[in-house]
Design a protein around this ligand. Sequence first.
Ligand code: NDP
Length: 310
Amino acid sequence: MDIHNCVIIGSGPAGYTAAIYAARANLKPVLFTGKEPGGQLMITTDVENYPGYPDGIMGPQMMDEFKKQAERFGTDVRYELIEKVELDGDVKKMWTESGEEIKAHTVVISTGASAKWLGLDSETKLMNKGVSACAVCDGFFFKGLDVVVVGAGDTAAEEATYLAKLCPKVHMLVRRDEMRASKIMQDRVMKTENIEVHWNTETVEVLGTEEVDGVRVKNNKTGEESEIPAKAFFVAIGHKPNTQIFKNALDMDDTGYLITQADSSKTNIAGVFASGDAQDKVYRQAVTAAGTGCMAALDAERYLAEKEII
Ligand code: NDP
């Protein structure tokens, strides 16, 4: 069985950027896309803050271009999930969902982060029946209908303004009396006439049996409960890192973000490098993820050279 120079796990901006650098350095990288090829940008609308796109670009188109660029230099992109790893020792072992064993001298982890849910039974029950964490994916199905967005960060603000273009009324549930979203995003929300912000408001239950009919909410200042009729419930309350398979293998903080050494992408295991949102809970931007993907590929290349493998 081949021992690959470099296996990259994950296919967001970090993974593809690592692939572009590793492929151009002739490492012949193999990239495993995971279950959500393209990562979080696949569920984003306009990306307006990535340098080089003065008019903005849609997230999925951007990821398609990242992928093409990685493949142009010879990256072997495989649409599979790595579900188990053994990272100790010089040869790192990984297993795909279909049971294939993969060996590599270096591993770049770019597994990103996934959407968080409120954890309500009614939310689980109505998942994909009106409950969604992706307005861009599912908003179209609720065109012309009233919807609810929960959350108060940039994601929630972005989802609410996106949905406001499709839906007559967007109710935004904010659990405090202020939003966490950046000023510019908050301004957009406040200037959009068909977004109604419900301050100090928590979700008690998503209503409906076969489909979402509304949301029971509670004002956490007054304790008063009320119902908001709506056909969809978009959850936009943040993300958690996809690092479960590295538990007990790699150092991570108490929320699961991988820990890297200062000024590098090195993890606590030699030859294993981490990039993107899996190790970044502070910046979490496409451009910072791409930057750390580049770092990981360069670190992998140096490691291989020091070990005289390349
Ligand atoms: P954030 O962690 O920034 O915000 C999560 C929001 O959800 C907070 O307002 C939080 O409330 C709220 N929340 C969390 N749990 C609950 C709950 N159980 N019930 C109700 N509300 C809850 O996550 P985002 O996904 O919004 O953003 C992540 C990062 O990505 C940020 O750095 C953001 O700037 C960036 N981003 C940038 C974009 C852009 O520039 N175009 C677009 C999207 C994201 P509270 O404030 O009370 O804690």
